[in-house]
Ligand binder design. Structure first.
Ligand SMILES: *Cc1c(COP(=O)(O)O)cnc(C)c1O
Length: 376
């Protein structure tokens, strides 16, 4: 994918904000709890390697990713001697690659162990050990063992023919930790307890907490927090739970510049489909960003900030450009804030998410790699 280094549009990452969010999270952990920064999806769009480096300085003890390639990317960038856990299910055929790179993987079935065992047995001498974390489905319904008896069988399997696996961790994931209603959270917590009753010898890591769990819940005897969205400075609940034990500072903003401005007479149309018609003479500016950059076509009707003022997006957002109404004449190269602060106005990822009917997570990881990431 081409990176647009020669056009005025970029995702700006405030490394100090990242650092503060992560070190504050770390300070609020129980003693002996590890902070694993979740850097899946290119660090939620912030750049996985750069986030990982800042996170290490801020006290992160390890990383979580979703797919094996994301783990390998960190290793190749020199992030070695630090635990990395793949939260998704990898292909057992890749078990050797994971083991060779000391990448821990999630396991949710005996079949997976059996198939990985075959792969790891192909090189009987010197075959590296694969670190595994058993995933428990306590109610998320995504991946993991569904019943304590299934978990028990998998543990027995390891005990009877384990030459290749190290039972390093066990974990679950809450589906409603970001809600003010805690009923379902409590059900999941109870099921986790029942699972843990069949584990005679606890592995090194036991973990249940994502950002929301770490911010708002008591979650018992565990020793990793998997910190995602809060590390990036966003509230996991959107606006539902406003109470926070420490301040979150959004690390990402999105800026561009006007590339074209013009005075348009009343009665002219703007953009594909001619959906906007000037109802009076007005100034119109063009921003060189479009839906190919992850700036949704549905941003029509929303606004950006120019010189601290809200300027409506007029007409349809094109693939690579869109138009805005300016309150007065502005020159080419005037800065435009698509997300972030200009003067006294701020557009947050949650504001954009609300407009688009989604959550901030989808906004920040949806900006395409064509937008260069600038680190400040
Ligand atoms: C993505 C993810 C996290 C991080 O979630 P946040 O809400 O961003 O903190 C933690 N655990 C698992 C299993 C995940 O998939």
């Amino acid at each position: 994918m081409t990176v647009g280094n020669h056009r005025p549009a970029q995702i700006v990452i405030d490394q100090k904000a990242l650092y503060e969010n992560i070190s504050n999270a770390k300070k609020h952990l129980q003693p002996n709890t590890n902070l694993f920064m979740v850097v899946k999806a290119d660090g939620y769009g912030h750049g996985a390697v750069q986030v990982a480096r800042v996170a290490q300085q801020a006290g992160a003890d390890g990383f979580c990713v979703s797919i094996l390639d994301e783990a390998l990317q960190l290793r190749q960038a020199g992030i070695v001697d630090v635990p990395i856990l793949v939260l998704g299910i990898i292909d057992p055929l890749d078990a050797m690659v994971a083991a060779e790179n000391q990448i821990s993987v999630t396991v949710g079935s005996i079949e997976w162990l059996q198939r990985a065992e075959q792969v790891l047995s192909d090189l009987p001498n010197e075959s590296p050990i694969l670190n595994i974390h058993f995933g428990l489905d306590t109610g998320m319904g995504r991946i993991g063992f569904q019943k304590p008896s299934e978990l028990k069988d998998a543990i027995n399997y390891l005990e009877s023919n384990n030459n290749h696996f190290n039972f390093e961790g066990i974990f679950t994931h809450f589906s409603t930790a970001d809600s003010s209603n805690t009923d379902y959270f409590e059900i999941q917590k109870q099921r986790f307890k029942e699972f843990m009753e069949v584990v005679d010898k606890k592995p090194k890591y036991v973990h249940v907490a994502n950002s929301a769990t770490s911010l708002w819940h008591q979650y018992g005897q565990t020793n990793i927090v998997r910190l995602g969205i809060a590390g990036y400075g966003l509230n996991p609940s959107g606006r539902e739970i406003a109470d926070l034990p420490y301040q979150l500072k959004p690390a990402m903003s999105f800026t561009s510049k006007l590339v074209y401005t013009k005075y348009v007479e009343k009665g002219r149309s703007i953009g594909y489909g001619a959906t906007y018609e000037t109802d009076e003479d007005q100034w119109i500016g063009t921003v060189p960003v479009g839906y190919a950059d992850g700036y949704s076509r549905n941003m029509q009707g929303y606004y950006v900030l120019v010189d601290g003022q809200k300027c409506p997006v007029v007409g349809r957002v094109c693939m690579d450009q869109f138009m805005i109404r300016l309150p007065k004449k502005y020159d080419v190269n005037t800065p435009v804030t698509l997300m972030g602060t200009s003067g006294n106005e701020t557009i947050t990822a949650d504001d954009i998410a609300d407009h688009l009917g989604t959550i901030s997570y989808e906004i920040i990881c949806g900006f395409s790699v064509r937008l260069p990431r600038k680190y400040i």
